[in-house]
Design a protein around this ligand. Sequence first.
Ligand SMILES: Nc1ncnc2c1ncn2[C@@H]1O[C@H](COP(=O)(O)OP(=O)(O)O)[C@@H](O)[C@H]1O
Ligand SMILES: O=c1ccn([C@@H]2O[C@H](COP(=O)(O)O)[C@@H](O)[C@H]2O)c(=O)[nH]1
Length: 201
Amino acid sequence: MLIIGIAGGTGSGKTTVVNQIIEQLPVDEVCVISQDSYYKDTSHLSYEERVAINFDHPISIDFDLLVEHLKLLKEGKSFEQPSYSFVEHNRTKETTTTHPKKVVIVEGILILTHPDIREMFDLTVYVHADSDERLIRRLKRDIAERGRDLDEVLSRYQTTLKPMHQQFIEPTKEFADIIIPTNRYNTVAVDVLRTIIANRL
Ligand SMILES: Nc1ncnc2c1ncn2[C@@H]1O[C@H](COP(=O)(O)OP(=O)(O)O)[C@@H](O)[C@H]1O
Ligand SMILES: O=c1ccn([C@@H]2O[C@H](COP(=O)(O)O)[C@@H](O)[C@H]2O)c(=O)[nH]1
C-alpha cells in the first residue's frame, strides 16, 4: 500500500490534482480520503453557531478518527468515511464504505499539521498557488458550489482563512517531498506524480 498525503491552501487545486492522478489509475487500485469528511460533528450546535466555527484551525478536525481510519486501512480493513455538507456546515447522515487499495490518497488543508498522520504517509505533496489566485478560485467555487456570497467569502478570508493559512498551512510545506506550483494547470508535475506512483506499485 502506498499512502500519499496531498496538502495545500484552500483553492490551491488539491482536489483537481487528485482527480488528475486517479483518472489514469484503475478504480480498484485507488481510494481517496478527504480531510473535509473529518470536520467534527457539530449537530449539537445551531446553524448560526456552526457558521461561526473557524474551519481553518486544526481543532475543527477530528484527527483521532482520521488516524483510526488510516490504521484500519493499513491493517487491510474497510471503514465508513463520513460525508460533509459545506452548505449545512456539518456532517451528513451518509457514509462511504472505503476499502483498502494499493494507492490511498489523503487530501486536505491541514493533513500535514498532525505528526502521527505525517508518519503514516509514504509520499507527501504540497500544492502551491499564490494567495490572490486561491482567493479568486475560492470565491468562484464557493459562490457556485457551496452556497456562499461575496461578503461571506471575503469576511471569512480576512478573519480566519488568511491568518490560519499563514499560521498552520503554509509552514507544512517543509514536510512535503514534492511541491507542485499550480498557478497554472501543471500537467508535467501531475505526470511526475503518476510515474512515482506507477514505480512504487
Ligand atoms: N491550476 C488551476 N488553474 C485554474 N483553476 C484551477 C486550477 N486548479 C484548480 N482550479 C479551480 O479552482 C477551484 C478550486 O480548486 P480545487 O481543486 O477544488 O482546490 P482545493 O481542493 O485545493 O480547494 C476549482 O473550481 C478548480 O476548478
Ligand atoms: O463548513 C465548512 C467547512 C469548511 N469550509 C472551508 O473549506 C475549506 C477547506 O476545503 P478546500 O476544499 O480545501 O477548500 C476551508 O478553508 C474552510 O474554510 C467551509 O467553508 N465551511
